[in-house]
Design a protein around this ligand. Structure first.
Ligand code: APR
Length: 169
C-alpha cells in the first residue's frame, strides 16, 4: 500500500527515510540539506565513513547506502542517488527505478517495516515530476515482503497531486 503524505520528510516517524543524495554523500541542498540539518553532524561523519567506490563517489547513481538516522525520528537514513535528467534517453528511467529498488532492498535487509521516500531527482536534478512518479509508484508497489508501509513524502500539494493522479490511473 503506497501512501502519499505532504510533509517535511525529516519529521516523519518511520523506521527509515530515504535521502535524495549525490554521489559524494556529504550533504547538499534540497532534501539532502534538510536531512543532514535535522540529523545533526554525526550523519555527515557516518557518510564520510562510507567507502568510496571510486574517487569522490561513495554511492553511484542508482545505488543506495544506509546509515543511522541520529537525531532524526527515523532510525535509518537510506541514501540514494537519482539520475540527473538529461532528456530521458541517457538511461534516466532505468537509473531512477534502480534508486527505488535498491533502497527497498536495503530497507528489507535491515528489518525496516515503514519507509518514506522523497520525489527523487525531481528537484535540483530536474526529472519531470509525472514520469518520475510513474516509475516510483511502479517500484514501490513491488516492495519486498516485510516493508509493509511505504510512503511517498511530497514537499508540496502540487507534487502530491501528481502522485495521486498516477496512483489512481
Ligand atoms: N521533505 C520532503 N521533500 C523535500 C524536502 C523535505 N524537507 N526538501 C525538498 N524536498 C523535495 C523537493 O521538493 C523535490 O520534490 O524533494 C524532491 C527532490 O528534490 P532535491 O532535494 O532537489 O533532490 P534531487 O532532485 O534528487 O537532487 C539531488 O540535490 O540537494 C542536492 O545533494 C543533493 O546533489 C543532490 C541533488
Amino acid at each position: 500500500m503506497v501512501e502519499v503524505v505532504v510533509a517535511d520528510i525529516t519529521t516523519l516517524e518511520v523506521d527509515a527515510i530515504v535521502n535524495a543524495a549525490n554521489e559524494r554523500m556529504l550533504g547538499g541542498g534540497g532534501v539532502d540539506g534538510a536531512i543532514h540539518a535535522a540529523a545533526g553532524p554525526e550523519l555527515r561523519e557516518a557518510c564520510a565513513e562510507v567507502p568510496e567506490v571510486e574517487p569522490g563517489v561513495r554511492c553511484p547513481t542508482g545505488e543506495a547506502r544506509i546509515t543511522s538516522g541520529f537525531a532524526l525520528p527515523a532510525r535509518y537514513v537510506i541514501h540514494t542517488v537519482g539520475p540527473v535528467w538529461r532528456g530521458g534517453d541517457q538511461g534516466e528511467p532505468r537509473l531512477l527505478a534502480s534508486c527505488y529498488r535498491s533502497s527497498l532492498e536495503l530497507a528489507a535487509a535491515h528489518g525496516v517495516a515503514s519507509v518514506a521516500f522523497p520525489a527523487i531527482s525531481t528537484g535540483v536534478f530536474g526529472y519531470p515530476a509525472e514520469p518520475a512518479a510513474r516509475i516510483a509508484v511502479r517500484e514501490l508497489r513491488a516492495a519486498p515482503d516485510g516493508v509493509e508501509r511505504v510512503n511517498v513524502c511530497c514537499f508540496d500539494q502540487a507534487s502530491a497531486d501528481v502522485y495521486h493522479r498516477v496512483l489512481d490511473e
